[in-house]
Design a protein around this ligand. Structure first.
Ligand code: PEP
Ligand code: MG
Length: 304
């Protein structure tokens, strides 16, 4: 029965001594909800609209979000507002003439010139949440400052969405995690973009893989800062980038104080198994070893 439970995608993870870590799925729509999951830690809503040349209507959006929420009665679903631009351009939103799209008007920044798009999306999420019984949280991608976070939270509250958070994908946000947490209900670290911006390395350039390695101690240090700030504020700080799917790294993240890990559903069983094999104190010791290593390679070896 224990083996069966460890192989499952559903239910929270737990260290050998019972410290719980939520294990969520990353999805791009209802089609990705394969198997039973504890919840969704990252619903990438922009993936629903990659091919569209016109903005999805309020009704289109309500239907798409309701399909997801209805499949997860009573479960948590963290919905990310449209992260358009750079590696995920949306024809109806993204500007094609930017010299550096990854550093341009993308993610939450698009709401500066198109507040209507964010407003419509938040209203659609709220309407869908009302129609289904999932526990819906919302978060914004590409938040750089506490002021941006505060503006986003106000828009969420105005739309009737009580729980609002920020993704930490920009080093400035990690450096000011405490100030960010004063504005939001939770943080979710997107390690894919946080690596990209910390190491000035385009995530789409394979030649830069070494710099983009999620075991890079500088990245771990930014994650540790967020986790400490979360602990001090008494608010959840999760990881929803690819780093969360690496079982050995999941142990380190847990040791750093991360409260939830969100990944492709198929990765959940291996992460669950890795956590179950360590006590919280062991996770903390391995986290310290990785954090104080000099290279990504050394960090990986130290955590073994
Ligand atoms: C990330 O940047 O780590 C993340 C989870 O978002 P995306 O991969 O969709 O940019
Ligand atoms: Mg991202």
């Amino acid at each position: 029965a224990r083996q069966e439970r460890l192989r499952s995608t559903s239910g929270p993870g737990s260290t050998a001594d019972g410290h719980q870590v939520a294990l969520y799925a990353n999805i791009g729509g209802a089609k990705d909800l394969l198997g039973d999951v504890e919840g969704v830690g990252l619903f990438r809503t922009e993936l629903l609209y990659l091919d569209r040349t016109d903005a999805p209507s309020f009704d289109d959006q309500v239907a798409a979000y309701t399909e997801v929420f209805a499949a997860l009665p009573g479960r948590k679903v963290v919905v990310r507002t449209l992260d358009a631009g750079a590696d995920k351009p949306l024809p109806f939103l993204s500007q094609s003439d930017e010299p550096n799209p990854a550093l341009g008007v993308r993610g939450l920044r698009i709401s500066w010139r198109r507040p209507d798009v964010l407003e419509t999306q938040l209203k659609a999420i709220a309407a869908a949440a009302k129609a289904a019984s999932a526990e819906v949280w919302v978060m914004a991608p590409m938040v750089a400052t506490p002021q941006e976070a505060a503006t986003f939270v106000a828009a969420c509250r105005a739309a009737g969405l009580p729980t609002a958070g920020a993704m930490v994908e920009i080093p400035a946000a990690a450096l000011r995690a405490g100030a960010l947490l004063a504005e939001v209900d939770f943080l979710s670290i997107g390690t894919n973009d946080l690596s990209q911006y910390t190491f000035a390395s385009d995530r789409q350039v394979g030649e830069l893989a070494e710099l983009l390695d999620p075991w890079q101690p500088a990245l771990l240090e930014l994650i540790a800062m967020c986790a400490s700030a979360g602990k001090a504020a008494g608010k959840p700080v999760g990881v929803c980038g690819e780093a969360a799917a690496d079982p050995a790294l999941a142990v380190v993240l847990t040791g750093l104080g991360i409260t939830s890990l969100s990944m492709a559903a198929r990765s959940i069983p291996a992460v669950r198994e890795a956590l179950a094999a360590r006590t919280l104190e062991e996770c903390q010791r391995l986290a310290h070893a990785a954090l104080t290593a000099e290279t990504a390679e050394a960090a990986r070896a130290a955590a073994r």
